[in-house]
Design a protein around this ligand. Sequence first.
Ligand code: ADE
Length: 270
Amino acid sequence: MKFEIVTILPDFFRGPLDYGIVRRAREAGLIEIAVHDLRDFTSDRHKTVDDRPFGGGEGMVLKPEPIFACVESMGMASQEQRRAHESLETVVLLSPQGRMFSQSVAQELAGLKRMVLLCGRYEGVDERVAEHLADQEISIGDYVLSGGEMAAAVMVDAITRLVPGALGNAASARQESFTATALNDGSLNCEAPDSTCASGGLLDYPHYTRPAEFRGAAVPEVLIGGNHEQIRKWRRKKALEKTLRNRPDLLEKQPLSSEDKRFLAQIRKL
Ligand code: ADE
């Protein structure tokens, strides 16, 4: 996967994408990240990237010409051709007006070969970019950031984790919150013998490490006992409990086993 980030703040990306899994994935050649400075695609001596909005109003709007010039320099198929031929390349405009980013959107995008991430700034981006250059507009949440850079970094991180080989232990991605592992028959996929049962579209269960007691707070006994079936049940119950408390909306979209329903009834009684 090649990420092409278009920004007026190229230095922003020195750091967030140079650590941990993303760094290792870059070093292993699993992903490539190119950062393009929008000012390199201006044609005036002041390197102007923005202008006042037609119709009046506050703030400045990013001009279309440098953004189009930058993307066109990458030698991609046109927006029309990408649409017509189920392209493995996409141009994403980061904006609070976009469709919501989620684990399933990350999964969908992780299957592509190249992704251009256009970072907006100021009050907005000339709408012709969304209409005639980008294939999709994506928001990372219902809040307004100062620009798309933070959102682009979030997307690169979440998508890189899903590129085969990026995580040392494939099971760790499977177990995490939001990874649905329901089987076709509605049961849950807890196949790996060492698996602690994937949470399956729920929030993750709590994790503990040594010391077994810290400032008077002990690690739950069941995790120390070594009974794998009991540990699996405890983790599933805790995942359900946390989801019910913090994200009850996720439970509605979730195929629940009869064991889950029993656990939920117990939790609701507490
Ligand atoms: N730019 C500003 N706010 C944003 C958001 N919530 N998501 C993506 N890009 C943005």
